[in-house]
Design a protein around this ligand. Structure first.
Ligand code: NAP
Length: 296
């Protein structure tokens, strides 16, 4: 039987519908409109799409959204000055600097400059550390947080499951591991993390009850790498040439969807899977930041 489809569109819409009354309450009862600033340096086309999506999501939710687009030639000093200004801006409760930044800018320096209370992307070491030790005052990064929500809201039993994560980036793989390992709801998994040096990777992925793939390799995971009945979450977002499409490419994940859906019990598609969850969880974190700000 083909796998159940885990739709990030649907789960994301469900979470946004839950957030809307809280946004209205913050605005009406506390006079606080949650505000998210997205800073983009340069003209990377994929980043431009992401920034537009985040702006549109803020608008749809009745939040204050600010997109700050700086030229490629922006110096590190100028970008840091922009971050400083947003750190001080009372209308902004969450801020993200869209990655990647141009090579002449040290991304780590910029991420560390963001006030951890406004770091809704969860990349500041203070938030990374809090998530790693299970301190729920930290902001989990949006994509891993979205992956965890997809599993929880699809009724997948995480506790006691063997979760295999392929990819160990700071943005996806490692924080997914932290979240699923935590004690408590959405956690308690037995976690294995694979990377480019993992030996016999197919053997490891076949031992997964829950397989999460984030490597950036189109359709890398084939059906024979998946245990029948496993749950598969595909974080990968890859453009592959496709002359039949008007834009000349299509998006595929890191999992061979058509083959793996015949083996897995549940699977997230690309597009329509993790992508929409990322924007939603960014909104979620921004609302939390605004709640805290309102409580001060
Ligand atoms: P990344 O920083 O490039 O990290 C890739 C990871 O995959 C590394 O840990 C690397 O191992 C590992 N890897 C690469 N090739 C491998 C192989 N053949 N076998 C096993 N492991 C391998 O990538 P990322 O930022 O985590 O992103 C991963 C994918 O997720 C990309 O397609 C990206 O576009 C997508 N993504 C999607 C969203 C979303 O919202 N949907 C958000 C973020 C990322 P080493 O550490 O050993 O090099």
């Amino acid at each position: 039987m083909p796998a159940k489809i885990i739709s990030g569109e649907e789960i994301g819409a469900e979470i946004r519908a839950e957030l809307k009354p809280e946004i209205d309450r913050l605005k009406e009862k506390q006079g606080v409109t949650p505000g998210l600033a997205v800073v983009l340096v340069g003209e990377d086309p994929a980043s431009q799409v992401y920034v537009r999506m985040k702006g549109r999501a803020c608008e749809d939710m009745g939040m204050h959204g600010e997109s700050i687009v700086l030229p490629e030639s922006t110096s590190e000093h100028e970008l840091l000055a922009t971050v400083d200004r947003l750190n001080e801006d009372p209308a902004i409760h969450g801020m993200i600097v869209q990655l990647p930044v141009p090579d002449h800018i040290d991304a780590n320096k910029v991420l560390r400059r963001i006030d951890p209370q406004k770091d809704v992307d969860g990349f500041h070491p203070e938030n990374v550390g809090k998530v790693a030790i299970g301190d729920d005052s930290g902001f989990p990064p949006a994509t891993p947080f979205g992956v965890q929500q997809m599993l929880m809201r699809s009724g997948i039993e995480i506790s006691g499951a063997h979760a295999v994560i392929v990819g160990r980036s700071n943005i996806v793989g490692r924080p997914v591991a932290s979240l699923l390992l935590q004690k408590g709801p959405g956690g308690n998994a037995t976690v294995t993390v694979c990377h480019s040096r993992t030996k016999n990777i197919g053997e490891v992925t076949r031992s997964a009850d829950i397989l999460i793939v984030a490597i950036g390799r189109p359709e890398f995971v084939k059906a024979d790498m998946v245990r029948p009945g496993a749950v598969v979450i595909d974080v990968g977002t890859n453009r592959v040439d496709d002359a039949t499409r008007e834009r000349g490419y299509r998006l595929v994940g890191d999992v061979d969807f058509d083959a793996v859906k015949e083996v897995a019990s549940a699977i997230s598609p690309v597009p329509g899977g993790v992508g929409p969850m990322t924007v939603t969880m960014l909104i979620y974190n921004t609302v939390r930041a605004a709640q805290r700000w309102a409580a001060i």
